[in-house]
Design a protein around this ligand. Sequence first.
Ligand SMILES: *Cc1c(COP(=O)(O)O)cnc(C)c1O
Length: 394
Amino acid sequence: MTERAPAPTAPLRARAEIDLAALRANVRALRALAPDAALMAVVKSDAYGHGAVRCARAAVEAGATWLGTATPEEALALRADPGLPSDVRIMCWLWTPGGPWREAIEADLDVSVSDPWALREVTEAARLAGRPARVQLKADTGLGRSGCQPANWPELVAGALRAQSEGLLRITGLWSHFACADEPGHPSIAAQLALFRELVAYAEEQGVRPEVRHIANSPATLTLPESHFDLVRTGIALYGISPSPELGTPSDFGLRPVMTLSASLALVKHVPGNHGVSYGHHYVTPGETTLGLVPVGYADGIPRHASGTGPVLVGGKWRTVAGRVAMDQFVVDLGGDEPEAGSEAVLFGPGDRGEPTAEDWAQASGTIAYEIVTRIGMRVPRVYVNEEQDGRDE
Ligand SMILES: *Cc1c(COP(=O)(O)O)cnc(C)c1O
């Protein structure tokens, strides 16, 4: 569990401020982009580091009618939250043999099935539970990850229909996932869409009447209306981050980053020139200067690959991580400036106060912004702001 913060204004070593008004506005912006589809708020991995329960509640308040997680445990935890309406649909898709099928059925979760082993386990659990499972059949239309291969689709559909006729399950969805939706025009996109339509048509000819057909993740939701079908599954866009800088900035899509990561400077001190900084002395002060100690490190999710490159706003100026990021701390060269210990260092945020963004950190460390926010560690308290829906929301 994440630490509980005493109050939004209390001085903390570090904090990840989560702007729930921004999240709600992002949900509304995404619904406007996909007006004929329901919206699934993907809140796996603790809502990409933002806090699953609070983000799920805010997303539902703003109009999401589905929640999506990877693991069944994540989905069961959401179902146990009294703050969520009991009729919100919750789907999870990452199952392994021996998983909590019966608990999932009793919690009225939608479970994904790609393979005969999962169909066997879910029907057996439904028999024990004495009620039908809600099953969504997943096709691999080209991602090459989970999902049923097209050649095996007829067998999976037939098996599921048999179980449905025995009252053991209801086929609630037909779905798939894109490989390259963040590269508009990539030939795999049209190929996946065409195959998805074909596999859905086949299942419907056999008698499947799904509540939802869906394939769109955030990039497809933002750029490919023909992929919206009945439901769009948005993760990263909910958190106000563009799936890829090539697609556009968050504001190009009417989105606003939800997380601001900041820390209080633990120490500011004068050092002479030619002073090595942090493990390995990969940074050496070019002359007499001041150093600021930022008390977060790779244990908090700050990428060690950002050593020497990560940007931080201190005293109105961008500074760069000097030397290596350590487990709990890193140093910035303040160039002679003397902010007080306790001054705020902003690692990333929406960017409108001049601070870097999660995308800037992704560029600085050779990864994607998804990983930057999702890796922020449990030792960093999440501080929720704008929790109550109010007039400014509309
Ligand atoms: C994570 C995930 C999503 C959300 O992807 P984003 O690019 O963050 O919108 C959608 N569907 C599945 C199956 C996922 O695993």
